[in-house]
Design a protein around this ligand. Structure first.
Ligand SMILES: [Zn+2]
Length: 276
């Protein structure tokens, strides 16, 4: 849609479509324009008048398409050739549409038990104080979504989306029997991903520098111990938690699925457990 004079052209197109349809159908036509991709044409015969809703891409349609649409409006699927051409034109027009804008991210930092914001605050105001500020705000945080039930042997407790600078924490950690210091450690790990660039080769998400910084955390040892003792239970809990809920970002997000390597990170520790 050109930015110059959408209004006038809209009206102009609307008038010509309207005239063409009314003339062809011999009845008043209430014409409206929409954006639906699933129902680009909605035709209702209301007896005394016809209501027709067309996707806006019909505004740019050549006259042959308008004639085919008219043939379909008059004769339905019996207008075989017209329907075939129309279907093809609609399919191509839908394909040319720009991708749907991603739905706004709904970030949820307050869990039932743990508050990610509160757990991150001491880090942002403490060890990372000199790094984050107005110019470079800390990454966004959210609890991840529950995903479809499926057999799983790995669990990704947290992930960092580099493109969005977004940390997701697995909802399985939002439980009373998960200590808050452990959740805080997972957050610390993910924040490090924001600060330490990935390296090519080997363990590119967890470079030596990354590992050094991670190990500098006072809870490092006990976090690894706690994880080791509890990972089996967490995996079981995650399975129980699972239910189908589409990802709000429209991209696959599954704790145990290999995620987009460009934007996410996962620790893989011995025994094939993806940690965070
Ligand atoms: Zn990681």
């Amino acid at each position: 849609m050109s930015s110059s004079g959408e209004g006038p052209r809209w009206i102009a197109e609307k008038v010509s479509w309207q005239a063409l349809l009314e003339e062809g159908l011999g009845r008043p036509v209430v014409l409206s324009w929409g954006k639906s991709r699933t129902s680009p044409v909605v035709f209702k015969d209301q007896g005394h008048q016809i209501s027709l809703r067309l996707n806006r891409f019909f505004m740019d349609a050549p006259e042959e398409v308008a004639r085919d649409l008219l043939a379909w409006a008059r004769n339905g699927r019996r207008a075989k050739k017209a329907c075939k051409r129309l279907d093809a034109w609609i399919a191509a027009a839908i394909q040319r549409l720009p991708p749907k804008p991603a739905r706004a991210l709904r970030l949820r930092t307050r869990g039932a038990v743990h508050d990610l914001e509160a757990l991150t605050a001491p880090l942002i105001d403490g060890v990372f104080q000199s790094i984050y500020g107005k110019q470079f705000p800390p990454p966004a945080l959210t609890w991840g979504r529950r995903m479809p039930r499926r057999a799983r042997h790995t669990l990704r407790l947290g992930s960092f989306d580099r493109e969005r600078r977004l940390i997701r924490i697995h909802p399985v950690l939002d439980q009373k029997n998960v200590p808050s210091w452990f959740v805080a450690f997972v957050l610390y790990h993910e924040i490090l991903h924001d600060l330490v660039p990935d390296e090519e080769g080997g363990s590119r998400h967890h470079s030596r520098r990354f590992r050094e910084l991670e190990a500098a955390h006072p809870d490092y040892e006990r976090a690894l111990r706690w994880e080791k003792r509890n990972v089996a239970r967490l995996i079981r809990d995650a399975r129980r938690l699972s239910r189908h809920e589409p990802d709000p970002l429209g991209r696959p997000y599954h704790p145990s699925a290999p995620m987009d390597r460009r934007t996410t990170a996962a620790i893989v520790i011995p025994r094939q457990h993806e940690l965070f």
